[in-house]
Ligand binder design. Structure first.
Ligand SMILES: Nc1ncnc2c1ncn2[C@@H]1O[C@H](COP(=O)(O)OP(=O)(O)OP(=O)(O)O)[C@@H](O)[C@H]1O
Ligand SMILES: [Mg+2]
Length: 483
């Protein structure tokens, strides 16, 4: 279902998607920065312009407030011209020299008494300073500040002053800001596309390397190709490492399977050949010779039962290797099982002196499936009987540590050389082929026991001296109070 869906969708490369995404994010951030910047600057500039207006109004008022009578043309002219002529620079003169400011002074009836330039805005009668914005064609043109001039002594209104600020500096600053922000936007756009493209390319190069390896593995699954070791240490190098170790495991697994099939066919060849030999013998002579008939039938039956045993063991082992955790929650009381096997072996092998030393007081609940525990101990007991010579003695002992139940099976037989002590846990490995074959062994008992113990998170060891005997020990987890 997924495959169809992905096929239907148009292919958009990661490089495109990521570059697009990075560009959008960077550009968006730039826009936010630019807008905030713009508003902050324009707000501050506007405040400044308002302060300029207010200062000019204050300066004018302070120039006239010492008069008690309403202002007239004469007084205004004198007061302004005198000081202006005096080249003595005070605030008002300074203000008036500024090109962006215009000043109008009116009498109490709002009649203009003085103006610096043609000024067409009617002066409003206000009781206090008001600063208003002036618009033309929906555009902000300037600021108008109007205030009454009051006599300092009488406190009465003697005239009005109006200051017009064409906010020249404000406009200039805003324009220059815009002229930088807008081209910068274009630059940011191009730069972020470029940076995104390059950065994403760097990441993608490594992804491509991984995908190339996968492709070549797909083409020849046997190949030893691996993703090259990564210089960086990051998520991608984790992926590469995990992928490589997955490949190693898979190849190891298929190799195991191959080996297994080879081993099996090799192991089955002998009994099949023996069987064939006996059948040919029967075919030729057996019909007439009751002795040959009897002997060949016996031998054939023996080979068949050997094959049956081998096939059963092979199946067991394969199953065990496949479902390692199938019986993970099983719990078994060890004592009755060990006693049972002890008694069975005593009955089966009356020539053996078998001793059981059960040194565990309370119940030992082992975390294992009942028949698996049986199987492990039987495998060890079976070997102990099979590989004993003259001294037919077996010593079984059971003890416990805090978390484990320890079961040991000791014999006083042929023993195993140090070199062989590891190999005997490999499939089909038999230290002494003749002896093992004679006793019907396939070399699968210990591998099965080992796999079982491993499945239940236990341990298994062997100690042995050639000629003196061997001890096989297993440790299996028991149910503790914590569980
Ligand atoms: N107690 C022991 N004393 C000496 N040699 C042993 C002992 N147990 C195992 N071995 C050696 O290890 C080999 C492998 O044992 P394993 O039980 O796996 O196979 P097997 O006994 O040959 O066949 P089967 O599959 O029937 O058990 C044996 O062939 C034998 O050489
Ligand atoms: Mg065995």
């Amino acid at each position: 279902m997924d495959e169809k869906e992905t096929k239907k969708r148009p292919r958009i490369s990661l490089r495109f998607k990521w570059t697009f995404f990075i560009t959008i994010v960077v550009f968006f951030m730039y826009v936010i920065f630019a807008v905030t910047n713009f508003y902050f600057v324009s707000h501050t500039m506007m405040k400044n312009e308002q302060v300029t207006v207010k200062n000019a109004v204050d300066a004018t008022i302070s120039r006239f407030e010492e008069y008690n009578q309403p202002l007239n043309k004469e007084t205004v002219k004198n007061r302004i011209l005198v000081d202006t002529k005096n080249s003595y620079k005070d605030t008002l003169v300074d203000q008036l020299k500024r090109n962006d400011l215009q000043i109008v002074i009116a009498d109490v009836n709002n009649k203009q008494l003085y103006e610096t330039k043609n000024y067409n805005i009617p002066i409003e009668k206000t009781s206090e300073l008001t600063i208003k914005e002036q618009h033309k064609n929906n555009r902000l043109k300037g600021l108008v500040g109007t205030a009454p001039i009051k006599s300092k002594q009488t406190g009465k209104i003697i005239g009005y002053v109006s200051i017009y600020n064409n906010i020249h500096i404000y406009h200039e600053t805003i324009n220059s800001l815009l002229s930088k922000l807008l081209p910068n936007a274009f630059f940011v756009l191009v730069a972020s596309i470029f940076a995104g493209y390059v950065l994403v390319g760097l990441v993608l190069r490594r992804i491509r390397m991984i995908s190339k390896t996968i492709k070549s593995i797909n083409e020849s699954p046997e190949s030893e190709v691996r993703i090259p070791k990564q210089k960086q240490n990051d998520e991608l190098s984790d992926v590469a490492e995990q992928f490589n170790s997955m490949l190693d495991r898979l190849q190891q697994y298929t190799n195991q399977q191959k080996e297994f099939v080879q081993d099996v066919s090799h192991e089955l060849r002998t009994p099949v050949a023996v069987l064939e030999g006996h059948l040919q013998l029967l075919n030729r002579w057996g019909k007439d010779d009751p002795e040959v008939l009897e002997e060949s039938l016996q031998s054939s039956l023996q080979e068949v039962s050997r094959m049956k045993h081998m096939i059963q063991e092979m199946l067991d082992l394969t199953r065990l290797e496949q479902d390692e955790n199938k019986y993970a929650d099983e719990v078994t009381d060890a004592k009755p099982i060990i006693l049972q096997i002890y008694n069975d072996f005593k009955t089966l092998h009356p020539d053996f002196k078998i001793t059981l030393d059960y040194d565990v007081r309370e119940d030992a609940q082992v975390k294992i499936y009942r028949s698996h525990l049986e199987q492990i101990i039987i495998i060890l007991m079976d070997n102990a009987t099979k590989y004993s010579d003259d001294k037919k003695e077996i010593y079984m002992s059971v003890s416990r540590s805090e978390n484990y139940l320890e079961i040991a099976v000791q014999d006083f037989g042929v023993g195993i050389s140090t070199e062989n002590q590891e190999k005997i846990f490999n499939r089909f490995y038999r230290a002494d082929k003749d002896r093992s074959r004679a006793s019907g062994g396939t070399g699968l008992g210990l591998p099965i026991a080992k796999q079982l113990v491993k499945n239940y998170k236990g341990f298994m060891y062997v100690e042995s001296i050639v000629g003196s005997g061997s001890v096989f020990k297993i440790e299996l987890p028991i149910v503790t109070k914590k569980d």
